[in-house]
Ligand binder design. Structure first.
Ligand SMILES: Cc1cc2nc3c(=O)[nH]c(=O)nc-3n(C[C@H](O)[C@H](O)[C@H](O)COP(=O)(O)OP(=O)(O)OC[C@H]3O[C@@H](n4cnc5c(N)ncnc54)[C@H](O)[C@@H]3O)c2cc1C
Length: 450
């Protein structure tokens, strides 16, 4: 008997519930991963993200080898249905079941339901489980059973479910030295693929960073965050693996944890919140704003404003330095992502979807749900977004988060010729006025308060 473990955004062998359930029957297990460039393109993946995914699949293959499980990385062509291809592969190898992780995107859910029918027709079982998040985001609901639209109550409900769900915490996989003997792959833009590299990074952060995270996390000039996002984005490490050592250290009531770990836990829960939002709002997967009234904002499209932003030539040092860091390394600090996104969508009034897509082109940690959530937050179009009249002043932010200017000097180099000046005050006023008029127009035309 053969069972298939299908890997998606969970490219690891440690803490992988689908792999565990596939191997738990004593049957032969074959691992499958689909390479779907045309879907990836539609979902906004850039070359870096593709290279990173491929590199992590190669690492996964060698980690699975060590367990005696072969991995097939199957290229799915543009005119092929990935669900059909997978069902045919399962039939061809005489599989009795497919075990896999669930995903929140619209295309992924539709693929799953097609796969379900195709496997049903062939008499093959399907076992979906949660592999991407700590908790199943579809089991978190308001008291009246509705999905959440605001982060803090979501987090409170998440805490309650965590306490109910976790019976015991196994020794943190990150501390199992045998696991760290897995080999490291060829780096992509300086990032080493695979779970061994991710666990090493987690170990360093838990030793040196997490306790002071709350004090240092807004400082791009310091190494104050975990920098685990590239691995979390492809699932080379699970968020449960990240949290388990903290639960062991501080217990099952994250609200009682010291400030550093508690704040870091919040960030991991934001990741789960945006998946929850994507699961219950199909518009997220279709380029629509969550606040319908913001459809009325007369966004600028492609043009000089967008180009100057992409090229790090807006004339605002912190924005330009951050964009240079992004293009050079494929990564950007969270506070800077907020600053550059707000600058593009407010001061330049450029459509947030163009910024969202440029991030997809560049980011090694590109993650559809978190990226969309971050952009909609910054553009004030999202569920739990910054109110439209709250516009960061990037210069003031820069003084606070890069006090001695070291981040800016590192990423600006010599500015020849210097970019034109940008008048932050007047662009802020224009943005607020434009949003206010859009909202009033919406209220008038629909009779609904936006
Ligand atoms: C406009 C914008 C776009 C973004 N695009 C992405 C993206 O494509 N991929 C991505 O992983 N994150 C994205 N984020 C969220 C956040 O900026 C990154 O996750 C974070 O900077 C990664 O650095 P880190 O691993 O050191 O994070 P840490 O601060 O160490 O946090 C730990 C982990 O929590 C998660 N996390 C942290 N902050 C957030 C957040 N605000 N929303 C969701 N998850 C979070 C990440 O998985 C991160 O690795 C975006 C944020 C904004 C404002």
């Amino acid at each position: 008997m053969t069972r298939i473990a299908w890997f998606r955004h969970d490219l690891r062998t440690i803490d992988h519930p689908a792999l565990e359930s596939a191997t738990g029957h004593g049957d032969e297990v074959v691992a499958i991963c689909l390479r779907t460039p045309s879907t990836w393109k539609r979902h906004g993946w850039g070359p870096r993200r593709i290279q990173w995914y491929d590199a992590n699949v190669r690492q996964l293959s060698s980690d699975l080898d060590a367990l005696g499980i072969p991995l097939e990385y199957i290229q799915v062509e543009q005119d092929e249905d990935p669900a059909r291809r997978l069902a045919e592969e399962a039939e061809a190898c005489g599989a009795t079941a497919i075990h896999h992780g669930l995903e929140a995107g619209l295309d992924e859910r539709s693929l799953d339901s097609r796969l379900h029918s195709l496997l049903d027709a062939r008499g093959i079982e399907i076992h979906p489980v949660t592999t991407e998040t700590v908790l199943p985001v579809d089991q978190i609901a308001t008291k009246t059973g509705q999905p959440f639209r605001v982060f803090t109550p979501f987090r409170k409900a998440w805490d309650v479910l965590l306490k109910r769900t976790v019976k015991s915490v196994d020794p943190a996989p990150g501390t199992q030295t045998t696991r760290l003997e897995l080999d490291m792959g060829e780096p992509v833009d300086g990032w080493s693929p695979g779970q061994a590299a991710a666990l090493t990074r987690l170990g360093q952060f838990l030793d040196d960073g997490v306790e002071s995270y709350h004090k240092r996390r807004d400082r791009p000039d310091l190494d104050g965050t975990s920098a685990l996002s590239p691995w979390l984005a492809v699932g080379a490490i699970s968020p449960t693996t990240c949290l388990a050592p903290l639960i062991q250290r501080h217990g099952l009531e994250p609200d009682q944890w010291p400030d550093g770990p508690r704040t870091w836990r919040d960030e991991l829960v934001w990741r789960e919140f945006y998946r929850h939002v994507m699961l219950y709002n199909d518009g997220v997967s279709m380029g629509r704003p969550l606040q319908a009234w913001t459809e009325q904002v007369p966004w600028r499209g492609r043009g000089d404003e967008l180009e100057s932003w992409k090229n790090g030539r807006t004339g605002i040092d912190i924005v330009d330095a951050a964009m240079n860091q992004l293009v050079a390394t494929g990564w950007m600090h969270n506070r800077l992502r907020m600053i550059v996104a707000m600058f593009l969508t407010k001061n330049l009034l450029v459509d947030w979807r163009l910024g969202e897509s440029f991030f997809g082109d560049q980011l090694i940690d590109y993650d559809f749900a978190s990226n969309n959530g971050g952009w909609q937050w910054s553009a004030s179009t999202g569920t739990d977004a910054a109110p439209y009249f709250r516009v960061f002043n990037p210069d003031t932010q820069a003084e606070r988060i890069d006090p001695d200017g070291s981040f800016r000097s590192r990423w600006l180099g010599e500015r020849i010729p210097p970019p034109p000046q940008h008048d932050l005050k007047s662009s802020r006023t224009t943005a607020i006025e434009t949003f206010r008029s859009a909202r009033e127009a919406w209220n008038r035309s629909t009779g609904i308060e936006g």
